[in-house]
Design a protein around this ligand. Structure first.
Ligand code: HEC
Ligand code: HEC
Length: 217
């Protein structure tokens, strides 16, 4: 099994170029990995070992996602506190090309199933320590929109759940860009539910909602 530590960046790119095109995976392809993660979570010894391995691997991710997954780079998302099922789902999307980012696609393809589970579990248990938006008026405007549309899936507190991403404390520029991508449907980031949820949003509303979720704890 390929390991993240045993493989340099050049090799990832080579692996990316030479790996056979993955079949169009649908949601069902998540199932074995999700089941494995459930088994690890349910067993204290397996869970602790996974957490320790995840902590080691996370040092590499920290270069961009920040210490313990609290990003200080505006267009790079926090991973701290993120729902591990959502994270595994996004890893699969990077791996099969449904979500596009050249670096993340190469990285995830080079990670084993266990490495994906270990990092997802490790980051999910890190507290979110990012700074809230300082613009109170913008935050209030965002809240009124969020409470009409977004709470239904992402929760009133923005913490998400088993199926939906945590938004609370997320980097505002990242959220702004991500919502714009869903709305515009360019192929970098696509999702039918989020395409529908963003269809009615103008740029100012996107900014306000992004300010609001980034201010949640
Ligand atoms: C060179 C910088 C870099 C490194 C190192 C890196 N990432 Fe990323 N990662 C990014 C960027 C940038 C994005 C956002 C891509 C986009 O625009 O959607 C991202 C997105 C993600 C996402 C999606 C998060 C979400 O909220 O949807 C996950 C999961 C992720 N990375 C996991 C990891 C893991 C695990 C590691 C370490 C093993 C890692 N990344 C290392 C830059 C990096
Ligand atoms: C019907 C359920 C639903 C509603 C309503 C909804 N979302 Fe989502 N949201 C999702 C799903 C599913 C995803 C994951 C999509 C993917 O795989 O890219 C997601 C992903 C996101 C992401 C990406 C998170 C990340 O870490 O990259 C953001 C940001 C987001 N939603 C914001 C919002 C906002 C703001 C609203 C209200 C305008 C909203 N959502 C309404 C289901 C929903």
């Amino acid at each position: 099994m390929r390991s993240l530590f045993g493989i340099g960046f050049g090799l990832w790119l080579a692996a990316l170029a030479s790996s056979p095109a993955l079949a169009q995976a649908d949601g069902a392809a998540d199932v074995p990995l999700l089941e494995k993660m459930r088994r690890v979570e349910a067993d204290p010894a397996l869970s602790e070992a996974a957490f320790k391995r995840g902590a080691k691997l996370s040092n590499f991710c920290a270069n961009c996602h920040g210490a313990n997954g609290n990003s200080t780079t505006p267009d790079t998302p926090n991973l701290a506190g993120q729902n591990p099922r959502y994270v595994l789902g996004q890893m699969l999307k990077f791996a099969d090309g449904r979500r596009r980012n050249e670096f993340m696609q190469g990285l995830i393809k080079a990670m084993s199933a266990d490495e994906r589970i270990d990092t997802a579990l490790y980051f999910s248990r890190q507290p979110v320590t990012t700074q809230p938006s300082a613009d109170a008026a913008l935050v209030a405007q965002g809240k009124s929109y969020y409470d009409k549309v977004c709470f239904r899936c992402h929760g009133a507190d923005g913490h998400g759940n088993e199926s939906y991403a945590r938004l609370a404390g997320q980097q505002m520029p990242y959220v702004t860009r991500t919502l714009t991508r869903y709305r515009e449907g360019g192929g970098t980031r696509m999702d039918p539910l989020m395409a529908a949820a963003t269809q009615q949003m103008d740029d100012a509303t996107i900014r306000a909602v992004a300010a609001y979720v980034s201010s949640l704890r």
